[in-house]
Design a protein around this ligand. Structure first.
Ligand code: T1G
Ligand code: NAD
Length: 702
């Protein structure tokens, strides 16, 4: 409880006023905080007060505007008024920064005359990650400290800037040690004692001169930085607004920034990215999970199998500083697997994203073995051997004998029944799926597959492990392909149907990448390896009219240099291959299908709507708790464009009645009953509702 209101406290430390924000967990600048700040600043007129410090309680300086207030009528005072009140001060105002001063939080600090920070602090303007731009002066003040080009890069990436870098860039004036507020008060007293100038950032023009002298350099930098922004509105608005910082008078720049902010905050793009922000945090919540569960100490690990996935998973542990042992069938396979890991690190070094010293440190954390006994004394084992049920059950039965009690036993299977694998042990409560995505050391998603017997203790452990490895954990139930691959399979069937009817891989991939995916279904198939699906189909006795002949011809994708596309040696660039076109045309002929042109719009509908439909079934079956979980899975596991919010959010944006009607047409045309609108989708469409109205059933177990 502050002296001004619940969120704002005003204290005197001698001749320095200390205004403290206290709105846990991240001091978001909600209405009460803003009005409290304006009230507090009214009190600094007291002649006994020589300077002011603005600080925050808890784990961080303000992380910005309260995102949950967006889309609602904004209550006055706005952040702009708070900033005006700070800039109107005739006494030095010092911001005391710790944790993450993000968005409006940094803009508040930039309105102060000086900023001091602890060494662990980070600052940034991440608004672009919410489909907006800084709306409280960030695009006008940050370029005045860093210069327009550096400022532009910082705002377009939205990434955090560590304190030492912020000091070098002139954002922070001093890095302090000891108690932050006391150090800030001392700094403020020094400013008064040394009669330092009260320069507002708004009046700082020196860093703008270079851009004014050579605006082309800015335009070139802007073009380079947004070469892959795919027509999204926010990046273009940021470029315009930062340009205004050195081409318009300050107040005009501010007015235009606010206008752009108002335009963007109501776009589907921003609504989508705000949805993802909260959905990502919600996704790790398991409705029936008791609180206060004891977590597992993940201080070492074992990975079984050093193939495409095993190697990547081992890198996740090493990247998190956790020693890991990789177990393989024999020395050759082990050496091959560890060599591939080293190659991957070397590629990262070549790209300038890792130092040799860092690589050496991580490789030193990865050891190899051909003995499963290596798993005798570790808190977690992740199995990533071939996708064959018999083999996996054999491995888990052996693990059951070797591993100590309370070991998290996880399988990386992408499709198999986790309950059946668990039953190969006497401790099914300790077994679950940890479904990583290829390349495992890059993709951030971790589908945690909860088995019927899986204990809350192990579930909580797996979620915590996911976070430790820098992943976005989402808990799902057991079914064929879980959530992501189950929906992907629907897209795969329709993608092959499109090829048979008249499209070619590059046309389908072109439409899907234009929609916003980094790559289309066929290039993605080539990356993951067409043989994975082929092994599964052979095991099940099902077939694919086009992909099977490709695999029989040894075209497994990038790993064999040929798949749906052909790849030059050492290149990952897909090139259309007339041989593939011939195989496709032959398949259409074999099946008596008349090939015809298919529009981009139809391709996109048939790539997306069947997945949304399957998502509705997944929700109905309780395999996913919330529509947002499905969206997070697709954004972090399958490259769904974040500014479209994920398949379920996108479905609501398009409107479920339209999707229902289109699906009915495609089902009719193809005779494929699985394309008929799912009961949940049809019901919501009929009721004029969206998936957003679907919430996690209380106490639900996936
Ligand atoms: N508004 C509302 N709630 C927020 C929030 C925010 N800005 N930031 C975090 N939360 C909630 C979050 O939902 C979660 O809630 C809890 O706080 C802990 O967060 C004018 C307009 C600061 C790095 O984009 O990046 O300013 O799930 O789990 O991992 O120009 O939160 O517990 O119920 O993420 O330690 C710009 C967003 C806003 C920063 C902390 N600011 N936040 O990470 O905890 S736009 C941002 C973060 C703006 C101005 C514009 C991270 C964090 P719950 P958490 P964390
Ligand atoms: P892979 O063929 O590249 O590697 C499998 C490795 O397991 C091989 O190196 C093999 O020698 C080793 N192995 C086999 N039996 C073993 C045993 N008894 N003990 C130790 N090692 C053994 O396969 P992958 O693509 O890495 O797939 C591994 C698992 O991950 C599968 O279950 C697959 O479904 C799943 N998965 C694959 C992907 C993908 O995109 N490739 C994505 C997610 C999940």
């Amino acid at each position: 409880m502050g002296s001004i209101n619940n969120s704002i406290d005003f204290k005197r430390d001698g001749d320095v006023a200390v205004i403290t924000i206290d709105n846990p967990p991240v001091n978001a600048l909600k209405h009460e905080v803003r009005s409290g700040l304006v009230e507090a600043l009214k009190q600094i007129g007291d002649p006994a007060i020589k300077a002011v410090v603005i600080a925050c309680k808890g784990r961080t300086f303000s992380a910005g505007a309260d995102i949950s207030e967006f889309g609602k009528p904004m209550q006055a005072p706005g952040l702009g008024e708070v900033i005006k009140a700070i800039e109107a001060s005739s006494k030095p105002v010092v911001a005391a920064v710790h944790g993450t001063a993000f968005g409006g939080g940094l803009e508040l600090a930039l309105a102060c005359h000086y900023r001091v920070a602890v060494a662990s602090a980070r600052v940034g303007l991440p608004e672009i990650k919410l489909g907006i731009l800084p709306g409280a002066g960030g695009t006008q003040r940050l370029p005045r400290l860093m210069g327009p080009e550096k400022g532009l890069a910082a705002i377009l990436s939205g990434d955090p800037i560590p304190a030492d870098q912020a000091l070098a860039d002139g954002i922070i004036d001093e890095i302090v040690t000891g108690d932050l507020t006391s150090a800030a008060v001392a700094f403020a007293r020094k400013v008064v004692a040394e009669n330092r100038p009260l320069r507002l950032v708004r009046d700082r023009e020196e860093k703008l001169q270079a851009a004014r002298a050579n605006p082309k350099s800015y335009e070139d930098a802007a073009a380079k930085l947004t070469s892959r922004s795919g027509g999204r509105r926010a990046p273009a608005a940021v470029i315009e607004s930062v340009r205004n910082s050195f081409t318009l008078p300050f107040d005009e720049g501010i007015a235009r920034e606010q206008a752009l902010f108002r335009e963007l905050v109501v776009t589907d793009e921003s609504r989508a990215q705000r949805h993802v922000f909260f959905a990502e945090r919600e996704a790790a919540r398991v409705p029936d999970m008791p609180s206060g569960l004891r977590s597992l100490p993940f201080d070492k690990a074992v990975v079984i199998g050093a193939g495409t996935m095993g190697g990547g998973i081992a890198m996740c542990f090493a990247n998190a500083g956790i020693p890991v042992t990789v177990v393989e069938t024999g020395k050759d396979a082990l050496t091959k697997g560890l060599d591939r890991v080293a190659d991957t690190y070397r590629t990262t070094i070549k790209r300038g994203r890792l130092t040799q010293e860092e690589m050496d440190k991580r490789m030193a954390l990865i050891s190899g073995s051909v003995e499963l006994e290596a798993a005798a004394d570790v808190p977690v084992v992740i199995e990533a051997v071939f996708e064959e049920m018999g083999l996996k059950k054999e491995v888990f039965a052996k693990l059951d004998k070797v591993a100590k009690p309370d070991t998290l036993l996880a399988t990386n299977t992408s499709t198999l029944d986790v309950n059946e694998i668990a039953r190969a042990t006497a401790r099914p409560k300790d077994v679950l799926g940890t479904h990583f995505f290829s390349p495992a050391n890059v993709m951030r998603l971790l589908e945690i597959v909860r088995g019927k017997e899986t204990s809350h203790h192990m579930l909580a452990g797996a979620i915590a492990l996911g976070r430790t490895l820098g992943k976005v954990p989402v808990v799902v139930g057991v079914c064929d392909g879980f959530v992501g691959n189950r929906m992907l399979a629907k897209r795969g069937v329709e993608a092959e149907r499109l090829l048979l009817e008249g499209a070619l891989p590059h046309q389908v991939d072109g439409a899907v990448t234009e929609f916003g995916f980094p790559m289309g279904p066929f290039a993605m198939g080539d990356l993951a390896g067409l043989d994975v699906g082929w092994r599964i189909r052979k095991a099940r006795g099902t077939k694919a009219e086009i992909t099977d002949p490709l695999c029989e011809a040894g075209r497994f994708g990038q790993k064999t240099g040929k798949g749906y596309y052909i790849y030059e040696k050492g290149s990952r660039t897909p090139t259309p291959d007339p041989e593939v076109e011939a195989i496709i045309v032959a398949a259409s002929k074999r099946l008596g299908i008349e090939r015809h042109p298919i529009s981009k719009e139809e391709i996109v509908e048939r790539m997306i709507y069947p997945m949304i439909n399957e998502g509705a079934r997944i929700l109905d079956e309780g395999i996913a708790y919330r529509p947002g979980d499905i969206d997070v899975i697709w954004i972090y596991g399958y490259g769904w464009p974040v500014w479209r919010g994920g398949p379920m959010f996108y479905g609501d944006t398009v409107g479920l009645p339209h999707i229902r009607d289109r699906l009915a047409i495609y089902a009719e045309r193809s005779g494929d009953k699985s394309l008929e609108p799912a009961p949940l989708l049809a019901r919501l469409a009929g009721e004029g509702k969206g998936f957003a109205s679907v919430t996690a059933p209380k106490g639900a177990a996936a």
